[in-house]
Design a protein. Structure first.
Length: 103
């Protein structure tokens, strides 16, 4: 099998996986406990993606004052909790990281 055939097969598999959710709309009703938990999926995914970047420095967990990414992340979390503004949160997080890395 050549590269183009493999790409075509992978594309079709991806298409049918995604299409299955559209096709099942209205035919499948998940349990109520599952629907209650769905709003927590985005925050759980975001936490799983960002936590290693904030706490790991060169492959080791660093929770002390020598980790500027952790402190910049905490600044961003506080700004997000207070003002609930995405652009302000990103800007303050980047500004804090810049100031902490370049004293």
């Amino acid at each position: 099998m050549n590269l183009w055939g493999l790409l075509l097969i992978c594309g079709l598999i991806t298409f049918f996986i995604r299409y299955s959710f559209i096709a099942a709309e209205g035919h499948y009703h998940p349990p109520s406990w599952f629907r209650r938990l769905l709003p927590f999926v985005p925050i759980a995914a975001l936490t799983a993606l960002t936590t290693p970047e904030l706490m790991l420095v060169q492959g080791e967990i660093m929770l002390g004052s020598g980790n500027p990414r952790l402190w910049a992340g905490l600044v961003a979390i506080i700004v997000a909790a207070l003002w609930r503004n995405t652009l302000l949160t990103i800007g303050c997080g980047f500004a804090a990281l810049f100031l902490l890395q370049n004293p």
